[in-house]
Design a protein around this ligand. Structure first.
Ligand code: ASP
Length: 445
């Protein structure tokens, strides 16, 4: 058995946390490949090292000396970790290289990735495991897009390594320019390492004992999810359930490697398991979880399409694509095209998109509706259950909640219900109760 183990920022925030990490790694011989994040917050008002580095870059853009002075605070953070760990190891040479790169006008991604780099250096020393720099193995193209095939090929060069520490969050282009993933991207590195080293399990250690069925800020003490499939998780994380980076699902999933989300502060908890659809256990829940987001808006366009019907939809979507606005859903009917987008995403661009649509598509009506919230009810086993959608809608109707939109993909793994923002939390609570009852009645059948 071999495992890739990724530790998030809160697991590496200070020496006490890092000791827990070392104990976790040492307690299981299978934990061979370690992927650390940069140190996160030690307390609520603290600043993550990655955020300090972003700030450092911004300062140095204005004034190099001030940037270098700010960098000393980051050095202090790492030095205090080294001191508290009582490690006979110094990062002075590393700091010197980073400072001289700052003087030479380094890229933002380079500086921002140094949190993971230094964190990796500390762990490699503490655990006595080789340090492998992802800049040599995780490939990006010149536009900053991850290159899967080149990366897989590069991992073949290290396939024989017994163990290593590889910092999360970044890689490099062919010319050696450092590029980072989006925020929280060390999860992606962990997944790539898991796939590249063909391990049996990818453990993702964080500060919660896995996924909860619903947001605990809305429902008190929700049930934990013991097992979830990749496709269910993707639906939930896409709809706002955080814990695990959405894009981190792909590499492990492609390699068929199960993911185990664990809590560094409660290593005795089993956490949540993420597996492929064909590997679910007999206890797999009927409704696995619920997630939701507020602040969506819908834009509907009506046109007497006639022979224009074919290009109508494409043209509307093209306007959004060209304005770089992600379209979330397209619930449409003949002659009416509705586009649901995240209000933050379209902010500042709405007027110009509408102007173009008026000019180039000329719909006879445009309706914009705001304050829309979406709730996703997710479960692989929802597929083919007659009447379940109407049961859910009935629960909402009985409480006077108006359903403004319903989207059910043909795979029937999730039902997305659009309600007004003022009904959002109530809808989540009602549907959570419904989920618990349904899960219970399925188990007892
Ligand atoms: N340190 C990076 C961030 O704060 C990446 C990560 O922690 O996964 O986003």
């Amino acid at each position: 058995m071999r495992k890739a183990v990724k530790f998030g920022g809160s697991s590496l925030a200070d020496a006490a946390q890092i000791r827990k990490v070392a104990a976790i790694i040492r307690s299981d011989e299978a934990r061979k490949y370690v992927i650390p994040s940069a140190p996160g917050k030690r307390f609520k008002t603290d600043t993550k090292v990655t955020d300090m580095l972003i700030r450092c870059f911004e300062i140095q853009q204005r004034d190099l000396d001030e940037g270098l002075a700010y960098f000393s605070q980051i050095e202090e953070r790492f030095n205090s970790i080294l001191k508290d760990l009582e490690l006979d190891y110094s990062l002075e040479e590393e700091y010197r290289v980073i400072r001289s790169n700052m003087e030479e006008g380094l890229s933002r991604d380079y500086l921002v990735s140094r949190g993971e780099y230094l964190s990796g250096k500390i762990l490699s020393n503490l655990l006595d495991m080789p340090f492998v720099d992802p800049a040599d193995y995780i490939h990006f193209n010149s536009n900053g897009i991850f290159e899967e095939q080149k990366t897989s090929a590069a991992f073949r060069e290290i396939a024989g390594m017994e163990s290593f520490v590889m910092p999360g969050f970044y890689g490099a282009t062919d010319t050696g320019r450092i590029r980072t993933f989006s925020r929280g991207g060390s999860d992606i590195t962990g997944s790539i390492v898991a796939g590249g080293m063909q391990v049996d399990v990818y453990e993702n250690w964080t500060d919660v004992s896995g996924f909860l069925m619903v947001d605990p800020r809305i429902v008190e003490n929700p049930y934990p999810i013991k097992e979830i499939t990749y496709s269910e998780l993707r639906e939930l994380s896409y709809m706002g359930a955080q814990v695990f980076h959405e894009e981190a699902i792909f590499p492990a999933r492609a390699a068929g490697i199960p993911i185990n989300i664990r809590n560094t502060n409660r290593p005795e908890d089993e956490g949540s398991w993420v597996c492929t659809d064909d590997k679910i256990s007999k206890d797999h829940l009927f409704i696995t979880g619920l997630a939701g987001k507020t602040d969506f808006m819908s834009l509907s366009f009506e046109k007497d399409v006639g022979s224009d019907r074919l290009p109508f939809g494409r043209k509307v979507l093209q306007m959004f694509e060209e304005a770089k606005v992600m379209v979330e859903h397209v619930p449409s009917s003949i002659g009416t095209m509705t586009v649901v987008v995240d209000a933050a995403e379209i902010s500042g661009k709405e007027e110009s998109i509408l102007r173009r649509i008026r000019r180039e598509i000329d719909p006879y009506s445009i309706t914009v509706e705001r304050n829309l919230a979406l709730v996703a009810v997710v479960g692989l086993k929802l597929r083919g259950v007659v009447g379940i959608t109407s049961d859910m809608l009935r629960v909402l109707a009985d409480e006077g909640i108006n359903v403004r939109m319903v989207v059910q993909g043909i795979k029937e793994i999730s039902l997305i219900i659009g309600v007004s923002e003022e009904d959002y939390e109530k809808a989540i609570r009602l549907l959570y109760d419904f989920a618990l009852k349904s899960n219970q009645s399925i188990v007892s059948e």
